[in-house]
Design a protein around this ligand. Structure first.
Ligand code: BTN
Length: 250
């Protein structure tokens, strides 16, 4: 069940490049895009030495236990802000496909199983001479990463939850197919379906310096938060924390 160029080429219709160990699959996909890589081309790595998470954080991808996948996408500039929705939905459906229950998306794009993070999405746009060349959609999925201590409270792996052995090449194939599917849907359908899988709406939240009730999202993916003084704040991006539920009579 090891990943290989041969197996991925057999399974995928997309152009695919496989590497045993890289700094970051997003960096290789960006270079491929600049060199003329076509839409839906995929970089897959077994290990990342300098995997990147949101806000410049390190993303842990040790060998043999995860998916580190970056796909070249060619959205219009108007669609570009929705590429993280495409990634989050594709990963959520990948989790569904192996029979896992209680899969949700924590705004903006963390895929969770029963509230524990199983995947992170990092879209990165590439511009050339003021034109959008494309977006590299980086997707990291914990397949059999063993989390210990405090991390085990907040992160999980697909195999841990499904209690089954999974083939990472087959998972990449499903992921690629779901990304292609969502790229072909009307924008309104994409937003509506992403919204329906958010486990954040209706909850008391804290994002950056805004605290209040997460009431809705808009078509660009921004979160609308109703604060205590009744005003509506629009938050485009950030780390979200869920606040504990308050008693009604407090
Ligand atoms: C997050 O912080 O939640 C986003 C993590 C994104 C990780 C993926 S793994 C494949 C791709 N290559 C990277 O360096 N990062 C993304």
């Amino acid at each position: 069940m090891t990943l290989s160029q041969h197996k991925l080429t057999q399974l995928l219709t997309n152009p695919v490049r496989y590497y045993g160990s890289v700094d970051s699959t997003n960096d290789l996909a960006k270079q491929w895009l600049i060199d003329g890589g076509q839409a839906f081309s995929i970089i897959v790595a077994d290990e990342q030495r300098k995997g990147r998470g949101r806000k410049g954080r390190f993303w842990y991808t040790p060998p043999g236990v995860a998916l580190a996948v970056s796909m070249i996408l060619k959205p219009t500039p108007q669609q570009a802000s929705r590429m993280s929705m495409v990634g989050a939905l594709a990963v959520a459906e990948l989790c569904d496909s192996v029979g896992v229950q209680d899969v949700g998306i924590k705004w903006p794009n963390d895929v969770q199983i029963s509230g524990k993070k199983v995947s992170g999405i990092l879209p990165e746009a590439v511009w050339q001479d003021g034109q959008l060349l494309g977006v590299v959609l980086g997707m990291g999925v914990n397949v059999r990463v063993q989390f210990e201590g405090e991390l085990a409270q907040t992160a999980t792996s697909l195999e841990t939850v499904c209690g089954c052995a999974l083939d990472r090449s087959e998972l990449v194939t499903v992921l690629a197919e779901r990304v292609r599917f969502w790229m072909q849907q009307p924008d309104a359908t994409l937003v509506k379906t992403w919204q329906s899988r958010l486990n954040t709406l209706g909850r008391e939240v804290w994002v950056e310096d805004v605290v209040g009730k997460a009431v809705a999202v808009d078509e660009s993916g921004a979160l609308l938060i109703e604060t205590q003084d009744g005003t509506m704040q629009r938050v485009l991006a950030g780390d979200l924390s869920l606040l504990p539920p308050q008693d009604e009579d407090e």
